[in-house]
Design a protein around this ligand. Structure first.
Ligand code: 13P
Ligand code: SF4
Length: 304
């Protein structure tokens, strides 16, 4: 059955001149049919550079919106319109305007996990793959507001020593990982290296050997001479880690680390998306142009 759907997707993809982009948290079968699988930064680069006419974005709404802002002349399809990101919805444009009014001289950095409206009100945008760079280039005498993730923001403060005003947003999947889960995994796999995402709470971050974006974890696992890894991020990444490193072992910190929104995409929905050209994601002007400024600054910083 699934091979029939995959054939159908391949045929429709050719017919529409489409490219399939999938985030590392997508179900394994979606990662397997994608033309490119990666982290938010890598996917944004692909979306900006592709010469396909249609981008099928297997991820969540803010990612498809980012693709639409970076490639406004392309058709961007999100196979499931209900696939949102709770963290991105934790700050509205109105709330950010009010925060800026309280700090009129502050510069604003937003995590890419934010709405297009919030990006339009921000000076800089970053992903977890290049979170440390923007803050280090800003004038020392200006206040900095970071939205919406208090955990990624806390990680930036810990790493750079630069203070920021943090919005109290968080990822509802990453905060489910508890220090007890980490300690239990450490006890079970004493030789494993612990890789955690900076979206984890501080009491989990402090236990990690490395704090990395999902793309950073894939790179680290490939180049490391270690053979065992405990992974503290959404469990979908274990699929790519195992596929790229069949000789190494990867253990999830907890089975609870599932993002329900990332799992809303299925092969059937990808086929329907290409068949019916739905759901088209567009970002109206002037939000598109204003959000593009902060996204262009994000793409200007691609760590090696
Ligand atoms: P990265 O893949 O960019 O590390 O992002 C993690 C994430 O939570 C995306 O929603
Ligand atoms: Fe949003 Fe967290 Fe899911 Fe990423 S893993 S899409 S931040 S809820």
């Amino acid at each position: 059955m699934s091979s029939e759907i995959i054939e159908k997707i391949q045929a429709l993809k050719q017919q529409r001149n489409a490219v399939i982009l999938a985030h590392n948290y997508q179900p394994g079968e979606i990662q397997d049919i994608a033309d490119y699988t990666g982290d938010s930064l890598g996917l944004s680069v692909q979306a900006a550079q592709t010469d396909a006419d249609v981008i099928v974005f297997c991820g969540v709404l803010f990612m498809a919106e980012t693709a639409a802002i970076l490639s406004p002349e392309k058709t961007v399809l999100l196979p499931e319109i209900e696939a949102g990101c709770p963290m991105a919805d934790m700050i509205t444009a109105q709330q950010l305007k009010e925060l800026k009014d309280e700090h009129p001289d502050a510069l604003v950095i937003c995590y890419v996990n934010s709405t297009a409206e919030v990006k339009a009100l921000s000076d800089y945008c970053c992903t977890s793959g290049n979170a440390l760079e923007p803050v280090q280039t800003l004038p020392k005498d200006r206040e900095i507001i970071f939205v919406p993730d208090k955990n990624l923001g806390g990680f930036i403060i810990e790493q750079t020593g630069i203070e920021m005003i943090l919005w109290p947003g968080y990822c509802s999947t990453h905060v489910r990982m508890q220090p007890e889960d980490v300690q239990a995994a450490r006890a079970k796999y004493p030789d494993a290296k612990l890789l955690a995402h900076p979206e984890c709470n501080p009491d989990v971050r402090v236990l990690a050997d490395e704090l990395l974006s999902t793309g950073g974890m894939l790179k680290f696992a490939k180049t490391s001479d270690m053979n065992e890894f405990i992974i503290a991020t959404e469990n979908g990444i274990i699929h790519s880690l195992k596929k790229q490193n069949p000789e190494k072992q990867f253990y999830s910190v907890t089975e609870k680390a599932i993002c329900p929104n990332m799992k809303k995409i299925s092969l059937e929905k990808v086929a329907w998306a290409l068949e019916d050209m739905q759901y088209q994601i567009t970002v109206p002007e002037p939000i598109c142009t204003e959000a593009r400024r902060s996204l262009d600054r994000m793409l200007a910083v691609i760590p090696k």
